[in-house]
Design a protein around this ligand. Structure first.
Ligand SMILES: [Fe+2]
Ligand SMILES: [Fe+2]
Length: 407
């Protein structure tokens, strides 16, 4: 640990579900305070309110907070803590701050909160402890929350508890009611105030009375579900792959809808760890060779194909394109070739030779796949990594085809 005192922002809440209002507040407060790290802490059992009926479980709220943290776009690291959920009994902020003080003995703690919370702070358990352990950063939840709203409370907290209080205005703060949000979800709507990936998680887990049939999702909902399973930084790749695959399908006479679906889902299990991958393989009866058993990169294609088929009801053709998207195979279908090459050269990819692939693929699909395979094999050899036999077979097959066609 370095000797420098860091500023740590602490933002707790029920987050049922976490929405764009919370996210804008967290982002804005972080920036205004200049924090080095933000901690998001979903409540266990909040002392001040009973959880609404149809609420998500603590585990689901934690997971949604993790997804939102990854999508927040904050300038500092954001961590989601389960310290309130893992503690028995009701969650009290004073206890949480005591625990955080132990964890960060030399850092400056700042507790972030909206107007309602700030105005009742003196009624919380041990306000003196709270104010001694952390600075209070209050932000206006609506345009009406001017200085007049905050000033008397700020004075009171300072006089009674010696509180350090910082009031900040958040220009892009979004006003959202969680109650209305849950009602909209139960009515089958997709609220604007939910991040796409959080919404996808809600659909997948059928939270808040949503009853989505995952096998009949529209494109937006399918994307949301897929994105909820992957890290935010991978989304531009999956999106690029989707666009490229659809363009290629149109160019080469494959079904654009199949190409779109395959691309949206192709990396959906990419972030599962080896143990999770292997447990999916067991669940869906996926057979693995020795190389696959230890190579995470190869497993996600197989588990992704299984999820596409079993959970999202995708056709055999789509699942097969996902299944072979990393290795290829001999005698690939048009759709398999399209996903393989779109994954390789979609617009967000950047490596030596990608331009040549981009130009070639719209002239001669087989030649582009051949080149992609050759480049992969070279790259693997460069790393000293073994090349999958399916990749070698794919290249061998295409070379023979080329010879046949040349006469
Ligand atoms: Fe992949
Ligand atoms: Fe990919």
């Amino acid at each position: 640990m370095s000797g420098k005192t860091r500023r740590i922002g602490i933002y707790g809440g029920t987050f049922d579900p976490i929405h764009t209002g919370h996210m804008a507040a967290a982002r804005g407060a972080c920036q205004a305070l200049g924090v080095d790290r933000l901690l998001l802490i979903p409540d266990g059992t909040p002392p001040h309110k009973e959880l609404a009926e149809g609420s998500a479980t603590p585990g689901d709220r934690l997971e949604m907070a993790r997804i939102a943290a990854d999508r927040l776009g904050a300038k500092c690291p954001v961590e989601v803590l389960d310290i309130e959920q893992s503690r028995a009994g009701k969650s009290y902020t004073c206890d949480t701050l005591r625990a955080l003080r132990q964890r960060y003995p030399r850092d400056e703690l700042w507790l972030l909160m909206g107007t309602d919370m700030f105005l009742t702070l003196h009624q919380w358990r041990e306000p003196e402890t709270i104010c001694a352990l952390a600075g209070i950063c209050a932000f206006g939840r609506s345009a009406g929350d001017g200085k007049d709203t905050f000033a008397p409370q700020k004075r009171r907290l300072k006089e009674r508890y010696g509180a350090r209080v910082k009031i900040i205005g958040l220009p892009d703060l979004v006003e959202v009611s969680s109650t209305q949000l849950r009602a909209a979800l139960a009515a089958g709507e997709r609220p604007d105030a939910l991040d796409e990936s959080v919404y996808g998680y809600i659909l997948r887990r059928r939270l808040y009375g949503t009853r989505a049939d995952l096998t009949r999702l529209g494109w937006d909902d399918l994307r949301a579900c897929s994105y909820s399973m992957i890290r935010a930084k991978r989304i531009p790749h999956v999106w690029g792959c989707e666009e490229e695959a659809v363009r290629l399908a149109r160019r080469w006479g494959a079904n654009p809808d199949d190409a779109r679906a395959a691309a949206i889902l192709h990396d959906c299990t990419k972030y599962l760890n080896l143990e999770e991958q292997l447990s999916l393989c067991e669940k869906y009866g996926i057979l693995l060779d020795d190389m696959e058993r230890v190579t995470l990169k190869l497993l996600h294609a197989k588990t992704g194909a299984a999820i596409a088929g079993e959970e999202y009801g995708m056709s055999e053709a789509i699942c097969s394109a996902i299944y072979y998207h990393t290795t290829g195979r001999a005698d690939m279908t048009q759709l398999e070739k399209i996903l393989y090459i779109a994954d390789y050269m979609e617009p967000s990819r950047d490596f030596d030779g990608v331009e040549r692939l981009r130009e070639l693929v719209y002239r001669d699909l087989d030649a582009a796949v051949r080149l992609g395979l050759e480049m992969t094999i070279e790259e693997m050899k460069g790393y000293g990594s073994p090349v999958h036999e399916k990749t070698l077979e794919a290249l061998d097959f295409l070379r023979k085809e080329q010879k046949k066609n040349n006469g």
